[in-house]
Ligand binder design. Structure first.
Ligand SMILES: Nc1ncnc2c1ncn2[C@@H]1O[C@H](COP(=O)(O)OP(=O)(O)O)[C@@H](O)[C@H]1O
Ligand SMILES: [Mg+2]
Length: 167
């Protein structure tokens, strides 16, 4: 069993043995920093709308982004059991998710992933989020997406022909 740590934009991850323990981060100051940046760039409305049409819900969603991501990952894996995804096996009120651990993808193999190819060339927020090797991991002989707590991804997973095969 070996121990490692990683941090993403919304969660801190403890990698222990076969599991990745994904703990929601709270970023109380970050919404204000972002708001300040958006005011400077005169993009307040556009940036808020990326999170929700209602500005108040957008701020709340941004604050709780780690919990939202954990909830999305738990829900999507439970619903599709997709081979595309690193299995999320358990959640503690979406504050902490337990996922199967993979190895970092350090080479070209990430390009074999269905979602990598699907989003290739797109410039949407989802595509920019997905198209980073650190969001994927290598597990059981193939590449899987580890970070799927992303809004706007479900349609792509739902359409994938290889769903509902048991892990
Ligand atoms: N299942 C996993 N196996 C191995 N490493 C993982 C796994 N899930 C996440 N990680 C590592 O933790 C980092 C942050 O996790 P991620 O799911 O991307 O969270 P965030 O939503 O905060 O970006 C990833 O970039 C990766 O290095
Ligand atoms: Mg990530």
């Amino acid at each position: 069993m070996y121990l490692d740590f990683a941090c993403g934009s919304t969660r801190c991850v403890i990698l222990i043995g076969q599991y990745a323990i994904k703990i929601a981060r709270f970023r109380p100051l970050r919404p204000f920093i972002k708001l300040f940046e958006s005011i400077q760039k005169k993009q307040v409305r556009g940036n808020l709308e990326k999170h929700h049409r209602n500005p108040l819900l957008a701020v709340i969603k941004y604050l709780l982004a780690g919990i939202v991501a954990n909830r999305t990952e738990y829900r999507l894996y439970k619903k599709y059991k997709s081979d595309l995804l690193a299995p999320t096996v358990f959640t503690i009120f979406w504050l902490v998710n337990i996922q199967r651990r993979g190895e970092p993808v350090v080479d070209e193999r990430v390009k074999s992933h269905y979602l990598w190819n699907l989003f290739q060339g797109m410039e949407t927020t989802v595509a920019l989020d997905i198209l980073q090797a650190k969001q994927f991991c290598f597990m059981g002989g193939c590449v899987r997406l580890a970070d799927y707590g992303i809004d706007g991804l479900e349609f792509a997973i739902a359409e994938y022909p290889g769903n509902k095969t048991p892990w």
